[in-house]
Design a protein around this ligand. Structure first.
Ligand code: CP
Ligand code: NVA
Length: 303
């Protein structure tokens, strides 16, 4: 396992299985009231440039439940906002903290930070990737479907940070992943092509019905990600045919699960009846962020 978790492209199947196994173990022990404290005396810093409800809270609670403390650092309140160099900030924070999770815009910024830091750095979302979310979503898939092997997974909507992390996971785990994205909003070819070359069974189509046909897992996300708010109206028009609704779900396997990392926009990328319906697993997905983040902190700290 790498020291940092910046992208799933750096993890192989064994690394991911280690995280799934540890998350399952920590979750079961927590439900039995057993308190594991591998972070006793350790501090997790959370440097966030963008909004967050789930990722921030689940990392904070993860650190606390494991016996550590978490410190939230809004980057606009730091000297970074007054142009202190990234490499200086990374070295300073490394002298105080034991782990750091960063939510920011640029993957290059995250990588520059990680290069200069002496402690494990975790990607808590960039414009390019959302690796911790996809790991926790796969934990939910494993729980609901008994594993991830042989499943048909569909992605509907934007070829965004979530789609990119699903592509990386598909390449590592050999998932059968079909993404339906409108022209102009396809996944980045610099992420897709190496994933396909690695042997990933990954297809990009423009027809949402083709993507969901017989799918076991149907995934979607917001049409306008953080930082793209000014494109909302234009995106609503382009993405309309990619909405996850009851008609689309009829084409999926009858026992398919519907996933959304949240926050959801009911009536846009997903209809109310599907989000609140029996196939939706979104609240379990949300809970699993906590258990997966505990596994990530524990595994990275052990090195
Ligand atoms: N799914 C997710 O990352 O949610 P937040 O933006 O609330 O952290
Ligand atoms: N693609 C979304 C995910 C939010 C958790 C965004 O980046 O805003």
């Amino acid at each position: 396992m790498h020291t940092d978790l910046l992208t799933l492209a750096a993890l192989d199947a064994a690394d991911m299985d280690t995280l799934f196994d540890r998350a399952i173990e920590l979750k079961a022990r927590h439900k039995k009231g057993i308190n594991d404290q591998p972070l006793l005396g350790k501090s997790l810093g959370l440097v966030f440039d963008k909004h967050s409800t789930r990722t921030r809270l689940s990392f904070e609670v993860a650190a606390i439940q494991l016996g550590g403390v978490s410190i939230f650092i809004s980057s606009k309140d730091t000297q970074m906002a007054r142009n202190e160099p990234v490499m200086d900030t990374a070295r300073v924070l490394s002298r105080y903290l034991d782990l750091i999770a960063i939510r920011t815009y640029s993957q290059a910024f995250l990588e520059e930070f990680a290069d200069a830091a002496d402690i494990p750095v975790i990607n808590a979302l960039t414009d390019m990737y959302h690796p911790c979310q996809v790991l926790s979503d796969l934990l939910t898939v494993i729980e609901k479907k008994g594993g991830y092997k042989g499943l048909k997974i569909a992605w509907l909507g934007d070829g965004n940070n979530m789609a990119h992390s699903w592509i990386n996971a598909a390449a590592a785990l050999g998932l059968n992943l079909t993404l339906a994205c409108p022209e102009g909003y396809l996944p980045d070819s610099q992420i897709l092509e190496p994933a396909v070359a690695k042997g990933g069974n990954i297809t990009v189509v423009q027809d949402p019905y083709e993507a969901v046909r017989d799918a076991d897992v149907v995934n979607t996300d917001v049409w306008a990600s953080m930082g793209q708010e000014s494109e909302q109206a234009e995106r609503e028009k382009v993405f309309k045919p990619f909405q996850v609704n009851a008609g689309l779900m009829e084409k999926a396997a009858p026992d398919a699960i519907v996933m959304h990392c949240l926050p959801a926009h009911r009536g846009e990328e997903i209809t109310e009846d599907v989000l609140e319906g029996p196939q939706s697993v979104v609240w379990d997905q949300t809970e699993n962020k906590l258990h997966m983040h505990k596994a990530i902190l524990d595994v990275l700290l052990k090195g």
